[in-house]
Design a protein around this ligand. Sequence first.
Ligand SMILES: *[C@@H]1O[C@H](CO)[C@@H](O)[C@H](O)[C@H]1NC(C)=O
Ligand SMILES: *[C@@H]1O[C@H](CO)[C@@H](O)[C@H](O)[C@H]1NC(C)=O
Length: 613
Amino acid sequence: MRLSTVAGLAVALLPSLGYGWLSTDTLQDADPPQSGYLPTHNFDPSNLAGLTMNWSMSWNQNEQHHAKPLVWTPPGGGNELVITVSNQNMIRVFDGITGKVLYSRVLDAPFSSTDAECGDIPNMIGITATPVIDPNTNIMYFTSKGYKNGLAGPQGLLAGQYKVYAVTLPSLTDIPGWPYVIPNVGADNDPARYFLGGTVLQRTGVVQTGNSIVLGFGGHCDNFNYTGLVVSISKTTGVGLTGMQATIAAPGAPPQALDLHDQSSGMSGIWQSGTALAVDAATNRVFFATGNTHGAGVNKAGTPMSGKTYLSTLEQAVASYSVDPSTGKLTQQDWWEAVDYDTYNGGDRDLAASGVTLLDPFFSGGGVSRIATIAGKNGFIYLLDANNLGGFKMGPGGTDAILQKIDSSTGSFFGGVASYPLEGGYIYFVPTGGALNCYKFGLGSDGKPFFTLAGKSAMVFAAKGVPTVTSLNGQPGTGIVWLADVNQGLVAFNAVPVNGVMQPISLGFATGRLQKNQRPVFGNGRVYVMANTKMRQQYFQYYRVLLLHLQQFDNLFGHYQLCHYVEFLLCILFLNFVIVLPVVVDVEHLNLEFDHIHLQFGHIHLELDYNHL
Ligand SMILES: *[C@@H]1O[C@H](CO)[C@@H](O)[C@H](O)[C@H]1NC(C)=O
Ligand SMILES: *[C@@H]1O[C@H](CO)[C@@H](O)[C@H](O)[C@H]1NC(C)=O
């Protein structure tokens, strides 16, 4: 794994010091609403050919960065700093200009993947979620998974625990009274579903609203008797947990299993490929999406239900919760479940692989003042009214009460949608194995927002990562759509397509393959990307050959999108060697390491050694 930075030629504008931080900093996963539009990083599309590789950093053996880096400039000035957090519970603070490590810290030993019985996150599961920096206090908040005794594992699942840290920047010293251990207590909406640090995984970027930080929890390969949880924790030292809501709760939930390996009790995890919960700061609401569930829940009878009525079983759902700005209490506000939600509970077609995007209020009309989007592993993009998400079957004749459903035709979505509110307004998304799609904003016959295809890129992508858009301080004509792609590396396109084609912008260098589930992260005319160099050097040459076989493989299993980027290698190997595959393989359970492949489906766990293939 490698972190690289690319230095730009953009002139450093002097941004305001309003909050003791610069507008060119990146204080969380993208922007709070997850709009994916970042106008303050001083990138001019006409200068990108002048970008050069500035420095890179190699990590420890088996060290991976699932969280995105952050960029923060100390109050009073100096170089921008880059902060990374890893699966080995290591934190580093780099000088963004020189690449020098200024501060570093090792926390408790990380949780062992052996105990999680899941290869999604190999070796160690320490910090997996992008932290958040409070611009008013310069405190960075993040979570870390380890064991109750602080020692190395494996020690068994029940020995696991989650700590929430609050550290001062740039020194990384603990705020007195922190870290806070999340207690094993029951959810506010169902005491039987309680928090077990060992069985849950916090992968969504940490967010803040009011006096709270908010976390979303999913599981490890949906193993164990876990239930998805949204959790709020007070920033005030000594207060701790202020809200915990289970995504699946009584009434309507299956009984809570008391056998650790029984997956039937809830699930409906929040993981979103690591993207943060979307925050609407003005109304103290957070938005998220949920994944696979056991059983069909409250809506199985098919009776229409308003999203403003509390739903205890949020499965394959988009939900919004208010976070009380003073008490931190979580209250369900609104939700939407597709009419065919239960069909996505099998076959790895769930919604939760993407986060919710709240678009800029520019995208409004016909009484819709804000749009929320969700892009599912099922290949659909849904556009919702953020203030009236849609409930269940509330449209005419029991249809979805949503603004629009876009069929990507191919692929799945991991990560979500980006937007550009200038020059008429556009949104962008990339299905796995597909092109970068651009849809233009418009109004339908009912006056409500409706998007139409405006262009596609010629290039296709692995697409486990979210597109992100910059502009040169909001000037029309300067929009750039960036993608940190597993296969193509860092790429950039003009935000407005020409004759139906997204126009690539030459960067004058190639980063090579990048880590999945990342975004490019921006500073002042600089962009930081995470790479896995070992994987690139060893396997890149196989990829193009294997891509040809993908189509065959997909046809074999019809609707299931089984293969994604480097995992194509696995699939082909299986076609050759194993021939009979189980019908449902969760690609998220495939994992590549330097010299091994792990594959898990059901209770079968396979390990292949490249040296023997
Ligand atoms: C990296 O960028 C800084 C600032 O732009 C520059 O001073 C330095 O020489 C660059 N280093 C390399 C190796 O390009
Ligand atoms: C899951 O099973 C374990 C082991 O039997 C049990 O200790 C735990 O309480 C169960 N989880 C929940 C949320 O009840």
